[in-house]
Design a protein around this ligand. Structure first.
Ligand code: SF4
Ligand code: SF4
Length: 450
């Protein structure tokens, strides 16, 4: 897939440590996004972001319209939640969500009309405060999977001098192709979103970062960058080496700018803001239409899926309905994952609803997903070699097993782990290193609370 890049495409400023060359496996790259019919019901969890859950503001029996707000909170770190279809509220009750947590959710039975809330009109935005308020009302959270509320991400500390916006189009996990499709199908929305951000923030430059094995995306993004360059020359395209986890925020900032985000610090501390490419494109559409985040694109793929596809689904569509929209299973699924195979969550129940954070639903047949048997560590050091954060996962795992001392785990840097899964991926002994890291982080967090 690699080809000579146009001269105006920038090269990375630095080479991040670690990482793994995961298999490309992007079989849905040429599958245009198809909007699925509204399902007969959606289940909308009141927590679809990093932060505080929303409180439901509808009750059983209410009739709701698509785009109507159904959950909100006064907490800063949160984003409101809207109905994704029109219909009747059938339940407001805890439901098991991706990752296994039970979250209060609003179940809506479709009326088949998909009527939109007429209150959703383009927001009146003339300054940064109004812009941030509008972004909050849109319900936007990071669509790359992190789910950080966008208005909170863009509210930089007062003394921060954020001069660089990085638009993250790296999409380095295998199988995922929704960001790639966004680049190809909606490049003018990406430009519109960037212009909106440039209008209300003091960014000196914008870098759209994409992996160098996506020539068609590079071509379309070059076009929008050169459109700007004829005027202001603030938008640039950068091709990154194809390596996992190239799209992780701290890795991306270092690669694109050469700036290192110290442990416990934020991108704004080094003058950067990073936004997912689909989030940026959504902003342009929202400012034009006033329609909040009620649907998202998702890659449904894997050897057990009959017709792997990219779909636009209403938020809260259950996994079973997504599989049905892809023609059903080609064979018995041995393992299902929400998100990419490196950082996603295994799914044990196909009634689980898919949320704003979920960019993929994967289902694999047994031969593609044989679970390796765990063996004794052979001290090869590969887990430490590939860790982009410079950790020694093997030592942290051993400390966890032997002492379970949160202070020692913290001293070994457990909290710095971004849970990328690179260590588990390369471990020849099939050690569950990323699970160990999650457990270690939970223990350190517990120590802080106590
Ligand atoms: S999961 Fe954590 S410890 Fe393992 S490679 Fe990624 S950052 Fe390092
Ligand atoms: S990669 Fe696995 S086998 Fe090698 S040192 Fe790390 S834990 Fe041990």
């Amino acid at each position: 897939m690699k080809q000579k890049l146009p001269d105006e495409v920038r090269k990375p400023k630095a080479r991040a440590r670690g990482g793994v060359p995961v298999a490309h496996k992007k079989g849905t790259a040429e599958s245009p996004v198809r909007r699925i019919d509204p399902p007969s019901q959606v289940v909308i969890p009141m927590l679809q972001h990093i932060g505080a859950p929303c409180e439901p503001i509808v009750k059983v029996g209410d009739h709701v319209l698509a785009g109507q707000k159904i959950g909100d909170t006064d907490a800063f770190l949160a984003a409101p939640i809207h109905a994704s279809i029109s219909g009747t509220v059938k339940a407001v009750a805890p439901v098991v969500t991706v990752g296994g947590r039970r979250i209060v959710s609003v179940t809506i039975e479709s009326d088949g009309k998909m009527e939109h809330d007429p209150a959703n009109v383009p927001p009146h935005v003339t300054n940064q405060e109004e812009f941030l308020a509008a972004v909050r009302e849109s319900g936007l959270v990071g669509l790359g999977g992190a789910g950080f509320p966008a208005h909170a991400k863009l509210r930089f500390p007062k003394d921060a001098k954020v001069d660089t916006l990085i638009v993250n189009a790296a999409e380095c996990e295998p199988y995922l192709t929704t960001d790639y499709r966004e680049c190809i199908e909606n490049s003018w929305d990406i430009l519109g979103g960037i212009y909106a951000l440039l209008e209300f923030f003091d960014f000196k430059e914008v870098v759209i970062a994409v992996e160098d094995n996506k020539p068609e995306a590079i071509e379309t993004l070059s076009r929008i960058a050169s459109t700007d360059n004829k005027k202001d020359n603030r938008i640039h395209l950068m091709a990154l080496r194809s390596k996992y986890p190239q799209g992780a925020e701290k890795v991306m900032i270092y690669t694109v700018t050469g700036r290192k985000v110290p442990p416990g610090k934020l991108p704004s501390d080094v003058g950067c803001a990073v936004m997912n490419v689909a989030s940026v494109a959504f902003l342009a559409r929202y400012l034009k239409s006033g329609r909040p985040l009620i649907s998202r694109t998702l890659t449904c793929a894997g050897s057990a899926v009959k017709e792997p596809s990219n779909l636009r689904i209403p938020i809260g569509t259950q996994a079973s309905a997504v599989i049905a929209a892809c023609g059903g299973f080609a064979s018995d699924p041995y393992k299902m994952i929400v998100g990419g195979p490196m950082m996603g969550f295994a799914l044990y129940d196909d009634t689980v609803p898919l949320t704003k954070q979920n960019n993929a639903l994967l289902a694999f047949a047994e031969d593609e997903m044989k679970i390796k048997k765990e063996r004794a560590c052979i001290r090869c050091g590969r887990c430490a070699e590939v860790c982009p954060m410079g950790l020694s996962p093997v030592f942290i795992a051993e400390k966890l097993r032997k002492t379970k001392d949160p202070e020692e785990l913290q001293a070994l840097g457990a909290m710095v782990c971004m849970e990328c899964g690179s260590c588990s991926y390369v471990c020849p002994a099939a050690k569950p290193l990323v699970q160990n890291m999650r457990e270690a982080k939970d223990m350190v967090r517990g120590m802080k609370k106590a």
